[in-house]
Design a protein around this ligand. Structure first.
Ligand SMILES: Nc1ncnc2c1ncn2[C@@H]1O[C@H](COP(=O)(O)OP(=O)(O)OP(=O)(O)O)[C@@H](O)[C@H]1O
Ligand SMILES: [Mg+2]
Length: 299
């Protein structure tokens, strides 16, 4: 789907986006947006809309249904195109690069910013599993119509909120921009600890625990921490990534989720490096309030 977007994106014109956005607007009210309503949403003449909708259908940015009326809905590709267009207009990115990772619920691309700097673009893809949808049911009214759009946007918003809150205090990717279901963040130039053998695992584990503690002291629990979501750089610095599932420390399940985060990381280091640390001891350290900034990194 998105593989083609970077290339096709360049061929899309301003009015293509106007019509694409009109379909998005209509989806607040319809599962399938009637073609007859599009000129109104797009503020374009009917023949222009017809020409554009044929083009964007060809690129699979919208899906068409014929029944008692002709209707359109956005595809993930269409939603991607709208988000990229906005991010390019805001100069958050200049051009999308190639795929660098696939997660369970995302596609990760690199992109270039002005001046050739490389950044990471994460497209959230919720809604195949409907993980977040249940939680928000009843809250968003008509927006529930298109649960994959809503769920993906919520996941991106949540992740962006976390890295924005933590950045500067906790080693997380730098937040750069966010639109719809997409976030732009700094590149962490390293590898997940799951896919490398560490030279000094004891030091790395200590760094991870220190970051979990800093996160906790800022009121946040990662809630999806594992060897796949810790990146280690060549110089031994680490970063915690993949934050859409975070919860506040006040959340009723915060303790349980923190326990799971810590024990997942500890069991990985026990299994792979035979480093023995008790979950309870680490939890006590994480939760222990320090008195001043000087104490923060102690332990
Ligand atoms: N800021 C970043 N810098 C460098 N690489 C990144 C960055 N963010 C993500 N990646 C790469 O993309 C992969 C997937 O990203 P992430 O873990 O955020 O997505 P995910 O879909 O939630 O993954 P999963 O649910 O499978 O753990 C990461 O494991 C990492 O290799
Ligand atoms: Mg991940």
């Amino acid at each position: 789907m998105l593989q083609d977007i970077a290339r096709e994106f360049k061929e899309l014109e301003r009015y293509d986006f106007r019509v694409l956005q009109a379909v998005e607007t209509g989806m607040r009210f319809f599962d399938w947006v009637p073609v007859d309503d599009l000129p109104n949403y797009a503020r374009l003449p009917r023949d222009e809309v017809e020409y554009r909708i044929t083009r964007i259908s060809k690129y699979k940015l919208v899906e068409r249904k014929t029944g008692h009326y002709v209707g359109y809905k956005l595809t993930f590709g269409g939603y991607d195109a709208l988000a990229i267009n906005t991010l390019v207009r805001r100069t958050a990115i200049e051009s999308l690069g190639s795929k660098v990772g696939v997660g369970k619920e995302s596609d990760i691309y690199d992109a270039e910013r002005e001046g050739g700097r490389i950044v990471i673009v994460k497209f959230h893809r919720e809604g195949t599993t409907f993980r977040h949808v249940k939680r928000s049911r009843g809250y968003f009214g008509k927006a529930e119509r298109c649960s994959w759009m809503l769920a993906s946007r919520l996941a991106a918003e949540r992740e962006y909120e976390a890295i924005t809150t933590l950045y500067g205090n906790v080693a997380v990717p730098r937040p750069i921009a966010h639109n719809r279901h997409v976030i732009v963040m700094g590149l962490v130039d390293g590898r997940e600890i799951s896919s490398t053998t560490l030279g000094d695992p004891i030091a790395i584990l200590d760094k991870i625990i220190a970051q979990i503690k800093l996160t906790y002291q800022l009121g946040i629990v990662h809630a999806d921490l594992s060897e796949y979501n810790v990146v280690v750089c060549a110089d031994g610095d680490i970063a915690l990534i993949d934050w859409p599932q975070w919860v506040s420390v006040a959340h009723p399940n915060a303790d349980e989720l923190l326990y799971r985060d810590v024990s997942t990381v500890l069991s990985y280091f026990a299994r792979k490096y035979q480093i023995a640390k008790r979950t309870e001891d680490v939890l006590a350290y994480v939760k222990q309030r320090d008195h001043g900034p000087a104490d923060r990194f102690a332990g």
